[in-house]
Design a protein around this ligand. Sequence first.
Ligand code: NZQ
Ligand code: ZN
Length: 379
Amino acid sequence: MQNFTFCNPTKILFGKGRIQDLAREIPAGQRVLVTYGGGSAQANGTLDEVRGALGHAQVAEFGGIEPNPSYETLMGAVKLARESGTEFLLAVGGGSVMDGTKFIAAAVPYAGEDPWDLVVRKAPVKAALPFGTVLTLPATGSEMNSGAVITRKSLGTKLPFGSPLLFPRFSVLDPCKTFTLPPRQIGNGVVDAFVHTLEQYLTYPADAPMQDEFSEGILRTLVRVGPKTLADPGDYDARAAFVWAATLALNGLIGAGVPQDWATHMIGHELTALHGLDHAQSLAVVLPSMLEERLEAKRAKLEQYARRVWGLDSASGAIEATRAFFESLGVRTRLKDYGVGAEAIPALLAALEAHGMTALGERRDVTLDVSRRVLERAL
Ligand code: NZQ
Ligand code: ZN
């Protein structure tokens, strides 16, 4: 196990009715800006519940943060927050609203010319507004981590950024607030959490038995409750297990002290930016082919994954089981399922190159050539 520092300052308020505790978490008298997405939080009553719970605070609102949140939209919120003297941000939504709010938090006090530099040049985040979240979609883990992925529509670019200053102060995880999710988003959420776990687990043996066991526990939980929560969205216990699994999959715990991959995510981001696939759809397409292409390099962990998660005895069997699991959740695993053909590959590789994604993976050996073969396998 490598040396590591593990620090996660996000306070979790888990369970039914926890929105009522919001007011206690935000310092009294602060000017709050509530951020939300395209309308689901309004339609299902979550936003009204938040408004009610914030009672005494001075509250402004900014809606319309879209899936794959864009710089173009978020700069509108930055302007509003600066003009209204916002002191605390509250994100109500899924990964896109939470990520967008992290960008707003860093951009408002940013002293440089253009906050896009935080994303594209990794300009250091020297200050950030404090913020909390109310989760409505279990998937990304953004509710308990300090990363975000931001899109600049005009450039067709989707890039991650982060800072230790961008952990939420608190996150409300009430599984009931996710009951209105459509099947597509539930399937997406299970796949995203599953792939987050694999990107940190399925590398090479690193003498880290706790991290392995935690990861395998998350994977087995998702295999068990994923189909259940998709089939019966109102089953509280199944949904609660899914919500917590998704949070634990990317809050730093399983990735501490171990090698990490993330090549699937980086290629997936280009597919979303250029072809509009949902984040999890892009992962479902890339991951099985990525594992096939790198089977020998990952053999030891693939065989462990096969045995301990699927009860199988071969690496290739585990890859097939993974693909079948994604398909069973309604998330298709081939580029052609999304209307993307071989002619799209050169532009995807050019985008990876432009973004410096030319040496990916836990051994930095996923070159553009490897990425090309992965995409060809995924057709
Ligand atoms: O916009 P509204 O109307 O709210 O609808 C949303 C959106 O259309 C809807 N939705 C959310 N909660 C709902 C609901 N519909 C009904 N009932 C509810 N309770 O779901 C749609 C998708 O929402 P979105 O937030 O885009 O999905 P997700 O949570 O999957 O987030 C995806 C984004 O997170 C990034 C992705 O790249 C993508 O941009 N990621 C962030 C990570 C992080 N911060 O650590 C890691 C991930 O790997 C990921 O990259
Ligand atoms: Zn993801």
